[in-house]
Write a protein that binds this ligand. Structure first.
Ligand SMILES: Cc1cc2nc3c(=O)[nH]c(=O)nc-3n(C[C@H](O)[C@H](O)[C@H](O)COP(=O)(O)OP(=O)(O)OC[C@H]3O[C@@H](n4cnc5c(N)ncnc54)[C@H](O)[C@@H]3O)c2cc1C
Length: 389
């Protein structure tokens, strides 16, 4: 495991840090700023800011320059993620496109798709949604029933997607659709790139327990998609989806550690302010969470080293997902333990608890999306440890 960055990477860090410090308004870093904004306003601010960051050359860090990227190393990508968290930069509004769709298009898209998709995504001119989950298909994605029927040069799509992140702000959606009538399981599915701004697409918000609606449902009623907007081969969507999902195996653990560690310090501050830091049970929990976070940091360095050596972690990526998501959830469960019966209050002894509650509620979701913990344990048991099914 290599715990150091090169001189060129450190130079990149200072260049990026200077830009971030000069371009993040101070009020954006105040506790509760983003939570207090209306959702549309928050999305607009982040969309515009991220576009400026891309124009300044701090996006697509690891992407080849021919696609508008910076042609950097995995270490530079990790530094970019880490510095963004450290400087409290707003989170990306185009995560699903940037993480999943762009590298898949670079790998297997047509020249026209590469041209039309990658640049506009980098500049946030087009926000992408992911249309995989349906009411009857989540962990078991092959159970999906959304249908596409060929009609001349188009596919006509009918069906429903659910839990679609950014449904209310999305311009386009990469969706898994059954395009072969009568096909079952993973056969006969295509990945369609569907324009959401058309009469056949209806996005409706779903309200989460935090009050936010950062995801929603998407209904297709005779939505039209040109057959040229299939990513990969028609009927081979399963293979396209497996390739696309493999791009999650990145090196973002360092940034997660940096963010969770800052949140840990916030929780310790609250415990001190409320005089709960002397409770031996709370202290024990805080110590355990801190140990888990340090294990996450070391694991993230291990992953980054492997990626830099050009090794694909394959199914080991399931262990990474388990480690970070469960450490994050334990961290926020500890916050609830610090508050005890006061966990229902918005403010206590002058401390505004609302932004912290928002994080605590969000933490419930991370062991569900991107493959639930149970599913990750199955993959680890069967594919990494070779245990019987
Ligand atoms: C915040 C958030 C954002 C999301 N964004 C998107 C998005 O943008 N696009 C998208 O397509 N989807 C999105 N999802 C959906 C997410 O991918 C699914 O929720 C997830 O795949 C689980 O599917 P499900 O909810 O249908 O639960 P189910 O698959 O029905 O699972 C229910 C329970 O059964 C367990 N389970 C299921 N199968 C097994 C098994 N074989 N062995 C053991 N246990 C099992 C699960 O772990 C879970 O506890 C999002 C979800 C959340 C929470």
């Amino acid at each position: 495991m290599d715990l150091t960055y090169t001189a060129a990477e450190e130079e990149f860090r200072s260049e990026l840090r200077s830009w971030l410090q000069a371009n993040i308004p101070e009020e954006w870093t105040r506790s509760g700023f983003w939570e207090a904004l209306p959702e549309d306003e928050s999305f607009r601010l982040r969309r515009d800011w991220e576009r400026e960051k891309a124009l300044a050359g701090f996006a697509g860090i690891q992407w080849p320059t021919e696609f508008g990227g910076r042609g950097g190393t995995p270490g530079m990508k990790a530094i970019c993620d880490e510095e963004s968290v450290r400087c409290q930069a707003p989170s990306t509004v185009n995560a699903l496109g940037l993480t999943f769709l762009a590298p898949t298009v670079m790998a297997i898209g047509t020249d026209a798709q590469r041209k039309e998709i990658i640049g506009p995504m980098l500049r946030n001119e087009v926000i992408w949604c992911q249309g995989f989950s349906e009411p009857g298909a989540g962990s078991d994605l092959a159970a999906l029933s959304c249908k596409g029927v060929r009609d001349g040069d188009d596919f006509v799509v009918n069906g429903q997607k659910v839990w679609t992140t950014n449904a209310m702000h999305g311009d386009k959606i990469f969706a898994m659709v059954r395009t072969e009538a009568g096909s079952e399981k993973h056969r006969g599915i295509s990945m369609l790139l569907i324009d959401m701004d058309q009469p056949g697409v209806d996005a409706r918000p779903l309200k989460q327990m935090s009050g936010a609606s950062e995801f929603g449902e998407v209904f297709f009623t005779d939505a039209r998609v040109p057959a040229t907007d299939v990513l990969g081969d028609i009927g081979d969507g399963w293979r396209t989806a497996m390739l696309l999902l493999s791009y999650e195996r990145g090196a973002s653990g360092i940034a997660q550690y940096t963010e969770f560690r800052r949140q840990y310090d916030e929780i310790v501050d609250v415990a001190r302010t409320l005089g709960r830091d002397q409770d031996p049970v709370v202290r024990g929990k805080l110590a355990r969470v801190l140990t888990d976070l340090e294990c996450l940091r070391l694991h993230a360095m291990y992953v980054l080293t492997q990626v830099e050596l050009g090794r694909d972690l394959g199914f080991e990526a399931s262990m990474t997902k388990l480690i970070w998501s469960e450490a994050f959830q334990d961290l926020w469960e500890t916050f609830d333990d610090v508050l005890g019966a006061d966990a229902t209050l918005d403010a206590l002894d002058g401390v505004d608890l609302t932004p912290l509650h928002a994080q605590s509620m969000w933490s419930r979701s991370v062991t569900i999306w991107g493959g639930s913990s149970q599913v990750q344990r199955n993959i680890t048991a069967e594919r990494v440890l070779g245990l019987p099914r």
